[in-house]
Design a protein around this ligand. Structure first.
Ligand SMILES: [Zn+2]
Length: 264
C-alpha cells in the first residue's frame, strides 16, 4: 500500500494540494477561487442533506490568516459569490454593506483563532448525529470512510459554560469554549444542537461533515442489531489517510451535481 503523505502533526497535505491544483487549472487568483469554492461547498452541503435552511460553512482567507470568508445570513443552498462576506477573528464583518450575519459566526472565528491548521469549517444540524450528543454513547468510526473519527469525538455541553440558553453559539466566549472542547480533533458534537467539522481545506471539511452524518446513521442502525466491531485506532488512522488521498473524487462528483459543469 502506498504510504500517505502525512506531516508532523499527522495531517495529510493532499487535501490542500487538491484545492491548489484546481486553482492552477482555473487560473483564478487564490481569493477568487476560494470564494467560488465556498459557494460550491454551500451548495454541496445542501445537496447532500447535511445543511438545510440552517447551518453554515466557512473558509480561511488565503492571504490574511486572521480573516475568513462566510456567507451572509441565508439558506446555504441559495448562496452566490455576492453573498460571501469577509470576517475578522472577533467574528465581525469587515465590510457588511447592510448584509446580515449568522448569529453563530463565533463558532468559526474562535476555531480559526485556536487552530492555525484549520482552513475550513462546517457547522451543521444534520439529524443522525444528534442522538450521540444527548446520550452517553460515543460516536466511533464504524467504517473506513469515517476513519477521521478514530481520534475521538468530543461533545460540547453549552450548559456547563452558560447555563440555560437558546443553544446557539452567539458570542465569542461560547465560540472559544467550543473551540477548546474541539481541541485538536476533526469533529465535535454539540449537545442538543448539532456538530462542527474542520479541515485543512473545504473538500476535507465537507467530506468530514458528510461522513460524520453517514457514520451516525450506520452506527444507530448497527446498534439495533447487536454489539459493534468498530475500526481499531490504527485502522481508523490508516483509513483516514487513505480517504485524504482521494478527496478530489467525491468533491468532483458533488461539484458536478450542483453545477452540472464537468471539470474535466
Ligand atoms: Zn447551529
Amino acid at each position: 500500500m502506498k504510504k500517505a503523505n502525512v506531516n508532523k502533526s499527522g495531517k495529510s497535505t493532499r487535501a490542500r494540494k487538491v484545492t491548489e491544483r484546481a486553482r492552477l487549472i482555473s487560473g483564478a487568483s487564490p481569493n477568487v477561487a476560494t470564494v467560488e469554492e465556498l459557494v460550491t461547498a454551500n451548495r454541496i452541503l445542501y445537496a447532500q442533506s447535511v445543511l438545510d435552511g440552517y447551518g453554515h460553512v466557512s473558509a480561511r482567507h488565503d492571504t490574511k490568516a486572521h480573516r475568513f470568508w462566510m456567507s451572509r445570513s441565508m439558506a446555504p443552498g441559495l448562496v452566490t459569490p455576492g453573498d460571501i462576506m469577509e470576517f475578522d477573528l472577533d467574528g465581525e464583518p469587515v465590510d457588511a454593506r447592510g448584509r446580515g450575519t449568522y448569529a453563530e459566526r463565533f463558532i468559526h472565528s474562535e476555531i480559526y483563532r485556536r487552530r492555525p491548521d484549520v482552513n475550513a469549517i462546517v457547522h451543521s444540524h444534520s439529524p443522525a448525529v444528534i442522538p450521540f450528543g444527548v446520550t452517553n454513547v460515543p460516536l466511533r468510526p464504524i467504517f473506513h470512510m469515517s476513519g477521521f473519527l478514530g481520534t475521538g469525538v468530543p461533545v460540547f455541553e453549552i450548559r456547563e459554560v452558560a447555563g440555560d440558553t437558546d443553544m446557539l453559539v452567539r458570542n465569542p466566549a461560547l465560540g472559544a469554549a467550543l473551540a477548546l472542547r474541539l481541541d485538536d480533533k476533526p469533529a465535535a458534537l454539540m449537545r442538543g444542537h448539532g456538530s462542527v467539522t474542520v479541515g485543512i481545506s473545504l473538500p476535507q471539511a465537507v467530506f468530514r461533515a458528510v461522513y460524520l452524518e453517514v457514520n451516525a446513521r450506520l452506527q444507530s442502525e448497527a446498534m439495533k442489531l447487536g454489539s459493534i466491531n468498530f475500526l481499531t485506532s490504527e485502522e481508523a488512522r490508516l483509513a483516514s489517510a487513505m480517504s485524504d488521498m482521494h478527496l478530489s473524487r467525491p468533491w468532483t462528483l458533488w461539484k458536478y451535481e450542483v453545477t452540472r459543469r464537468n471539470p474535466a
